[in-house]
Each structure stands twice: as structure tokens, then as C-alpha cells.
Write a protein that binds this ligand. Structure first.
Ligand SMILES: *Cc1c(COP(=O)(O)O)cnc(C)c1O
Length: 346
């Protein structure tokens, strides 16, 4: 199977498994796991932040950040197609007692002006804005990179009102590799950032939440409260350390494969392809079967892809490149899609 559903399907490489087997471990709830400590220090340095916390998933990292930055009764500003708003259930309401307020961006990205207009005036009967969340790269927008200057303008508007800004940076390292701008520059000024080890970096489990020392010590308490205090996490942290050393620069291959995939697909009549900026290709079937139907036909021929936006858009398909996908897989996929769509029009 050529599995293009997500970069979460990556499995540990030989080298990563060897590093996991060798990991020195201890009880992390007692703060005694040396490998986890090392990973947290490396992650904090990578993001240019004071401290970091290893968490089981990106969702938990985002939700801990929301819990730490807000008080019940506040609003959290999110982009309408963001991961936090769309595919983390209503967790901010469930665990933090806050409600989302959405801004529709232009393919996932909103402006400082839009943010300024969405901030509530200081009237006692309005819910105060407690937090702003951005997403870089933006998953549903096809791995789009949030332009740095636009992000900085947003930080300025939010901070001028005393409102913190969290970055859902699940794939921030893809943005680093694609732009050549170090992640610590891309996240400078954010009050916290979460990034995933379990996506393109190829680890089996784990994400890191980064921020100030004070923020992370509160985050550690919230993680425990959510049931995320784990014991000999060094086994998992070793995979993370291995990935930070060996799997960042190679993301460029995934981006190149995404570019080739998009180029190939855009030659096929009936498809409109969003030009990819990183490792996610989204395309629309302008003429032909529904996304679900095409995905089913591809699956029958050994290629897995997902209807985009968690299936809410019946005409869009998402394909994600990662370390389990070769250049040959890309050409086979393009050929197969072309064949299936030709079959349709005959
Ligand atoms: C995958 C993802 C997450 C959540 O990560 P999980 O580990 O799957 O919980 C958060 N934000 C974005 C943008 C993602 O793509």
C-alpha cells in the first residue's frame, strides 16, 4: 500500500528503534527520566523557549496550552478551518470552560485587521478574549505556511491588548525546512508552541509543548490532571531525540515529493490542485467522481488517500507525503489517478 492519508502513518525506522531500545529511563512523574529531560531541553532550545514538556499527543499539547492561558468564561480566537476548532472535538469547552470565536482566513490565514475587529470591547456582559491561536503549517489549508510578517502583526495586536498567542505548530519544522527560517525565528514572540514528533518526524508517539519556565510548570500540572503523566517515557523520548537529529532536514524530500505529486496531478483534466508549500497536497475534483468514491477506487488499487477536511468537503482529497513515500510511489499514484479519471469520462 502507498499510504498518503497522513504523515502520522510513519513507523519508526531501524535507527530509531535501536535508539529506543538503548534509552536510559526512569519514572518521569518523579522527574527522573533522563532521556525525557534531554528531549525537553533540546526541544526548548530548538524553539528558542525557556522550557518544554513532553506530551502524548498534539491535541493534549494544544488543550493544555488553552487551559493554562485562559480562565473559564473567556473566548479563544481560532481560524475557522483550524485543527483546534475542527478536529479536537469541543475540548476547549469541556476542559477549559471557554468558547471558540472563529475568524475565516484566506486559505487558513487571517490578518491582524481581522483579529483587531474580532477582539471584544471591554464591556462586562461580553466574553473577554483570553487567547489567540494560530496554526503553522496550516493542515486543512494544504500545509500552508503562515507568512512571518502577518504572524508578527497579529502578535503585536494581541499583545497590545494583553492577550497571549499560542501556536499550533504541529508541523512547524516543515515550515522551517521549506522557508529556511529557523523554527525559533518563526515562533519568536508566541507565548507557547506545540509541535508534533509523531507526524513527518516519524516518531511513534509524542509532541512537545514549549513556553516560559512558569508556563511549563503549570502545564505539567494540567498534563497530570488530564491523565497525561507517564512513567518511563524515555523509550518514547529517545525516538524524539533521534528524530530531531536525523529527520528534520530530510523533510525537504517530502516537500519535493509533494511538489512532484501536485505537478503530476495538475496535468490531469478535471482536477484543480492547490500548489503545495510543504508536504500536504489538496486537490479538488472539478469533474469526476466524489472524493469518497475516488478514494475507494484508489484504495482498491493500493493507494490510500483521505477526503480533505475530515470528509466535510465531498470534492476535495488530501494526500500527505512522508518518509514512507518514495518518488516512485508518487509516479505510481499520479498514473493511477489519471487512469481512474479517464475511466470516469469514457
Ligand atoms: C495532528 C495535528 C494536531 C494534533 O496532533 P495529535 O497528536 O493527532 O493529537 C494538532 N494540530 C495540527 C495542525 C495537526 O495536524
Amino acid at each position: 500500500m502507498i499510504d498518503l492519508r497522513s504523515d502520522t502513518v510513519t513507523v519508526p525506522t531501524e535507527g530509531m528503534r535501536a535508539a529506543m531500545a538503548r534509552a536510559e529511563v526512569g519514572d518521569d512523574v518523579y522527574g527522573e527520566d533522563p532521556t525525557t529531560r534531554e528531549l525537553e531541553e533540546k526541544a526548548a532550545a530548538l524553539m528558542g523557549m525557556e522550557a518544554a514538556l513532553f506530551v502524548p499527543s498534539g491535541t493534549m499539547g494544544n488543550q493544555i496550552a488553552i487551559a493554562c492561558h485562559t480562565r473559564p468564561g473567556q473566548e479563544v480566537i481560532v481560524e475557522a478551518t483550524s485543527h483546534i476548532y475542527n478536529v479536537e472535538m469541543a475540548t476547549m469547552a469541556r476542559f477549559s470552560g471557554v468558547q471558540p470565536r472563529v475568524i475565516w482566513g484566506e486559505r487558513g490565514v487571517f490578518s491582524a485587521e481581522q483579529l483587531a475587529a474580532a477582539l471584544r470591547p471591554d464591556l462586562y456582559y461580553l466574553a473577554p478574549t483570553g487567547l489567540v491561536c494560530l496554526e503553522n503549517t496550516h493542515n486543512a489549508a494544504g500545509g500552508r505556511i503562515w507568512p512571518l510578517s502577518a504572524a508578527r502583526e497579529i502578535l503585536e495586536v494581541a499583545h497590545s491588548r494583553g492577550i497571549p498567542v499560542h501556536l499550533d505548530g504541529a508541523r512547524i519544522l516543515n515550515a522551517q525546512v521549506a522557508t529556511g527560517i529557523p523554527a525559533r525565528e518563526l515562533v519568536r514572540g508566541f507565548d507557547s508552541v506545540m509541535f508534533c514528533l509523531s507526524k513527518g518526524l516519524g516518531c511513534p508517539v509524542g509532541s512537545l509543548l514549549c513556553g516560559s519556565r512558569e508556563f511549563i510548570s503549570e502545564a505539567r500540572r494540567v498534563r497530570k490532571a488530564m491523565g497525561g503523566g507517564m512513567r518511563q517515557t524515555g523509550i518514547l523520548a529517545a525516538a524524539g531525540l533521534y528524530a530531531l537529529e536525523h529527520h528534520i532536514d530530510r523533510l525537504a524530500e517530502d516537500h519535493e515529493n509533494a511538489r512532484l505529486l501536485a505537478e503530476g496531478l495538475s496535468q490531469i483534466p478535471g482536477l484543480a490542485v492547490w500548489p503545495p508549500e510543504t508536504n500536504i497536497v489538496v486537490f479538488e475534483i472539478v469533474e469526476g467522481p466524489s472524493a469518497q468514491e475516488l478514494c475507494a477506487r484508489l484504495k482498491a488499487n493500493g493507494v490510500l488517500a483521505s477526503p480533505a477536511a475530515a470528509g466535510t468537503d465531498p470534492r476535495k482529497i488530501r494526500m500527505v507525503t512522508h518518509l514512507g513515500i518514495s518518488r516512485e510511489d508518487i509516479s505510481r499514484t499520479v498514473d493511477l489517478v489519471a487512469r481512474e479519471l479517464r475511466g470516469q469520462s469514457m
